[in-house]
Write a protein that binds this ligand. Structure first.
Ligand code: PLP
Length: 430
């Protein structure tokens, strides 16, 4: 593959943008090499500026669940653009969006639209703190909730270790309010709540972790967290920015039958435009300004073009059988990858939840903890990533990101992926 144009663009970008990109993982730092620059996208395909074509399992990091450049989404955006780009005053599409989200995710009786997943999670913890009068937040190792200061904190060595800033620039005073737990560890969560449960405003979790590869919750784990939060008066916040409308139409809360107090959304609800949202019970959401005193606002929030894109996307994912088809495609892909790895003698396993999947280079039969995910052979993943890329398949450029299936990945696309994978695993084994 020729990458001359991408290379030239990256050289220019590096002098102008930190690391040459506007979001870190895009720079290929963890897999090595240089990113390709995208010219256009269609269905399951990305086309780069040098004319190379890739089967895409990143899907713009989640929003493109119906495939890239879907005509229904594109037409909805084109129609909205004809009416003006932003009003800064209420519009009908915001009401339709709120009606749609509250219908699909009944734990949300009211919602507030924002412009990114980061804004949604930041706003949700402000609401949790404002509503409970408590200040501590609990999160999980390996979970990502955007780049808000309170979330850029990871645990030290023990489960109950108090915050250590991960990123320079996070004030220690704020980091001290974030407690990090190991995901899928029942006892660690119980012990923490026994100790400081009365000080916890909210516990935020990716119900299926998609930012430490893909880690499904153990049976009963989300229920356990629900019970602890209820018992200690803390709010349970499901960050469904990734899982929302993906692991089931009603998100992870529908799939696992656990009702959170607050939910955050992003990605799919914007249909590819910059959108986030948070929602919950009416009594909680009415604490938000101007109904209540907890302040949160946005110049472009509820933007009419973004609402049109998101509504078209939500309509597509609401089609009967949509998620069943994606789940079947995910299984076909993951089963095929495991078989190809076995044939090549490569230690490898997968996880799958709905239209999300994880790829693990390990001889462990099952991976569902952060410690297991980080113990996998990342060098083997990196070799596999590049071997697949050279064969026209684009996986997330990091061993710690989930893969995403879309409605445009049909049998032929999955067969082509598996043909590439059979060669790529042989290359990894060599
Ligand atoms: N929460 C989760 C679970 C995410 O995966 C992400 C982004 O990947 C975010 C929040 C932040 O969303 P955004 O990048 O739109 O700010």
């Amino acid at each position: 593959m020729n990458h001359d144009r991408s290379h030239a663009l990256f050289e220019r970008a590096r002098t102008l943008l930190p690391g040459g990109v506007n979001s870190p993982v895009r720079a290929f730092k963890s897999v090595g090499g240089e990113p390709f620059f995208v010219d256009r996208a269609d269905g399951p395909w990305l086309y780069d500026v040098d004319g190379n074509r890739y089967i895409d399992y990143v899907g713009s990091w989640g929003p493109m669940i119906a495939g890239h450049n879907h005509p229904r989404v594109r037409e909805a955006v084109q129609e909205a653009i004809g009416q003006g780009l932003s009003f800064g005053a209420p519009c009908a599409a915001e009401v339709t969006m709120a009606e749609t989200i509250t219908r699909l995710v009944p734990s949300c009786e009211m919602v507030r639209m924002v412009n990114s997943g980061t804004e949604a999670t930041l706003s949700a913890i402000r609401l949790a703190r404002g509503a409970t009068g408590r200040m501590k937040i609990v999160k999980f190792e390996g979970c990502y909730h955007g780049h808000g200061d309170s979330f850029l904190v990871k645990a030290g060595s023990g489960a109950l270790t108090l915050g250590v800033p991960t990123s320079p620039g996070v004030p220690k005073a704020l980091a001290d309010l974030t407690i990090t737990l190991p995901y899928n560890d029942f006892d660690a969560a119980s012990a923490l709540f026994d100790e400081v449960g009365g000080e916890i405003a909210g516990l935020i979790i990716e119900p299926v972790v998609g930012n430490a590869n893909c880690l499904p919750p153990r049976e009963g784990y989300l229920q356990h967290l629900r019970a602890l939060c209820t018992r200690h008066g803390a709010l349970l916040i499901f960050d469904e920015v990734m899982t929302g409308f993906r692991v089931a139409l009603g998100g992870a809360q529908a799939r696992y039958g656990v009702i959170p107090d607050l939910t955050t959304f992003g990605k799919i609800i914007g249909g590819g435009m910059p959108v986030g949202a948070y929602g919950g019970r009416r009594a909680l959401m009415e604490r938000i300004a101007p109904a209540g005193p907890i302040y949160q606002a946005g110049t472009l929030s509820g933007n009419p073009v973004a609402m049109a894109a998101g509504l078209a996307m939500l309509d597509l994912v609401s089609a009967p059988g949509f998620h069943d088809r994606l789940e079947a495609a995910t299984h076909a892909l993951c089963d095929g990858l495991e078989a190809a790895a076995q044939d090549a003698g490569v230690a490898f396993t997968t996880t799958r939840v709905g239209a999300m999947f994880g790829l693990f280079f390990t001889d462990a039969p099952q991976v569902d903890t952060y410690a297991q995910a980080v113990a996998c052979d990342t060098a083997a993943f990196n070799r596999f990533f590049h071997a697949m890329l050279a064969r026209g398949v684009y996986l997330a450029p990091s061993a710690f990101e989930a893969g995403f299936m879309s409605g445009a990945h049909d049998g032929a696309v999955i067969d082509a992926t598996l043909a590439a994978a059979r060669e790529a695993f042989v290359a990894v084994a060599a």
